[in-house]
Write a protein of this length. Structure first.
Length: 101
């Protein structure tokens, strides 16, 4: 599900079962990230799938990338793998005005 930044962040902030997932490359992740995010690079192909399979599918995932394209794809893959809730951040971190580290 695609969410605008304000709704994405307010949902996450109120979600005790929420996990922020960054699907950018390691280099992108190291340059700046949303606090508390875990990183699984979607460009790793099958490795991305393996890493997703290690995650708890009952949690709610708040997914982002640079502009919202890769994270949208990642949400689709997660839904196919049986994840109940994956929210895509529209505009990605490039349009993010929330906290970063």
């Amino acid at each position: 599900m695609n969410l605008e930044q304000s709704e994405w962040w307010s949902k996450f902030s109120a979600d005790e079962n929420g996990v922020i997932l960054d699907v950018r490359t390691d280099e992108e992740f190291e340059s700046s990230k949303i606090p508390g995010a875990i990183n699984i690079d979607i460009y790793k192909g099958q490795g991305f799938i393996y890493k997703l399979e290690e995650l708890d599918k009952t949690k709610n995932y708040y997914v982002y990338c640079l502009s919202g394209g890769r994270s949208g794809q990642a949400c689709g893959v997660m839904n196919q793998l049986g994840f109940e809730t994956a929210y895509n951040l529209l505009g990605g971190i490039s349009q993010w005005d929330g906290p970063t580290e």
